[in-house]
Write a protein that binds this ligand. Structure first.
Ligand code: XMP
Length: 510
């Protein structure tokens, strides 16, 4: 029986953030589209209505079945959620004269409110809406206000139903996390038992029952998700798990060998497959980014398929799918929370393989996967590593791919990444890498003129890769790395640093 807070998603860009904040409080929660609501049962301790890009006055605005929950379990409406309840039960919601967006301060806080214990008078909150509640029904009691917004927060008398028009889940709401804690712990009574150890114990038990004595195959990529998925499966079913790690010739320098070594250290039953030549042959002469991706994906499936035929009685395919991927695929709102993503490490396997899919991490956010990985004692060089795209260096060599270009880029990338580690910058950066440009530039080395390739370095900060900013790395560091690259990597005579944010650019160049 896992205590759960249900979050009804109305499409706000912040819905996932609410879930993350609750998980940080060791409270388990699930996001569900508003039009596919889950029936109440004993495990659901409370419900949150998210924000939305819609106005309650829009003709096609979401109209949730609020009676399913209201008065039965504690209910918190955030922004649209709060406006919906005010409007639905007889209040009035109108466009605000000035769009209420950005920072505001709580000029009034009802100190006796259980939702607002520890939320300071005058503390900053984050507003983001074009509507405002003008009138509330008689049994709605105001519990906080800003200078411009009288009904910043309300409680319905004699029940644990609340609405707030600001976003407590956003860091700019200074005491927002405290407010959420009050809701889920004090008001809903959650016991904060959602911890990595608890997750590991429950998951191992579940996996044992689900898989029995069958075999599972899993494609390792060297990344955090597949490594943690493999380790937890291994704890549950031991050597019934058969891992396959393919060297596609597009990995980082020495990565295949060093990651394989780490996997063996973890006791995983893993087969390393050197398929470099197959990939290079299939890619020869191709410069179109999407075609390169398709070729890499296709060859991967062929190699993976061939290797999995060798595993007797494989009935299951293990995958490192994580919660954001699941939310994306079920999001029915079409609003901003329905994000665009088509990257999967082990994409569609051929139908004839007829394997059932097992996804032990499908309820976890990335930071939780890392916490679980650490609790499983997976080495830091795997748990803490930056994300790396499935097609690897293949999409960082602009134009066609050759073994020689891969070698050059591996050297450049290695100097950059090792440098970040040496300068203690690696953990401040979300993702970093080098891009080999199809551009030759003039240089001078000693007395000689050179005409060689340019590379770009890219380092970004981000939380999920959907948006990103370029990292302001120290000039001294960039100067040192640039020198080191030009002095050591033959074929490169110019280094540039990418200072574009996403959007409008993307993280990868292809
Ligand atoms: P973009 O370039 O779209 O990248 O801003 C966002 C994140 O996705 C990764 N990425 C990929 N991952 N296959 C993958 O597995 C791909 O084809 C792919 N393209 C981009 C990128 O590294 C970043 O983390």
């Amino acid at each position: 029986m896992q205590e759960t807070i249900l979050i009804l998603d109305f499409g706000s860009q912040y819905t996932q953030l609410i879930a993350r904040r609750l998980r940080e409080l060791n409270v388990y929660c699930e996001i569900t589209p508003w039009n596919k609501p889950r029936e109440l049962d004993d495990t659901i301790k409370g419900v949150i209505f998210s924000g939305s890009p819609f106005s309650v006055r829009d003709e096609n605005a979401p109209v949730p079945k609020v009676e399913m929950y209201k008065g039965k379990v504690p209910l918190l409406g955030v922004c649209f959620g709060a406006q919906f309840m005010a409007n639905h039960f007889g209040g009035e919601v109108l466009p605000s004269k000035i769009r209420e967006y950005g920072r505001a301060n709580l000029a009034f806080v009802d100190e006796s409110s259980d939702l607002l214990q520890g939320v300071r008078h005058n503390s900053q909150v984050w507003m983001s809406h074009g509507d405002t509640i003008k009138k509330v029904p008689a049994d709605f009691k105001v519990i906080c206000s800003t200078d411009d917004v009288e009904f910043a927060g309300y409680k319905i008398e004699n029940e644990s139903t609340y609405g707030i028009q600001f976003h407590p889940e956003v860091y700019h709401s200074e005491d927002g996390k405290k407010l959420l804690e009050n809701f889920v712990v004090t008001i809903c009574g959650c016991s904060q038992n959602w911890t990595p150890d608890e997750f590991i114990e429950i998951t191992i038990e579940k996996l044992k029952n689900q898989i029995g004595s069958d075999s599972v195959i899993l494609g390792l990529s060297g990344g955090v998700d597949s490594s943690v998925a493999a380790t937890i499966l291994h704890k549950a079913i031991g050597d019934q798990l058969h891992c396959i790690f393919v060297d596609n010739g597009l990995l980082r320098k020495n990565e295949f060998e060093s990651v394989l070594e780490s996997y063996k250290g973890l006791g995983l039953n893993v087969k390393g497959v050197d398929a470099k030549e197959k990939f290079y042959t299939a890619l020869a002469g191709e410069s179109d980014p999407e075609k390169k991706r398709k070729i890499i994906g296709g060859v991967f499936i062929d190699v993976f398929d061939e290797e999995s035929q060798k595993v007797k009685d494989a009935k299951w395919l293990g995958q490192g799918t994580i919660y954001p991927d699941v939310i994306e695929s079920v999001s029915a709102t079409g609003g901003p929370s329905a994000t665009i993503k088509s990257h999967h490490n082990v994409g569609g396997l051929p139908d004839y393989m007829k394997l059932q899919v097992v996804e032990p991490l499908k309820l976890l956010f990335k930071d939780e996967v890392r916490r679980v990985g650490r609790a499983l004692e997976i080495p830091e060089n795997i748990v803490g590593r930056h994300p790396f795209p499935g097609p690897g260096l293949g999409i960082r060599i602009l134009g066609d791919i050759t073994a020689e270009k891969v070698r050059i880029l591996q050297e450049v990338d290695s100097i950059f990444i090792e440098g970040l580690k040496k300068w203690n910058l690696y953990d401040d950066v979300w993702q970093a890498g080098a891009i080999l440009l199809p551009v030759q530039t003039v240089g001078v080395m000693g007395d000689e003129r050179t005409y060689e390739n340019a590379v770009a370095l890219r380092a970004v900060s981000s939380t999920d890769g959907m948006t990103a900013d370029w990292c302001h790395l120290p000039y001294d560091f960039l100067a040192k790395i640039s020198n080191e690259i030009i002095n050591n990597v033959r074929g490169i005579n110019r280094v540039t640093y990418d200072i574009s944010s996403k959007p409008p650019a993307t993280i990868e160049w292809e």
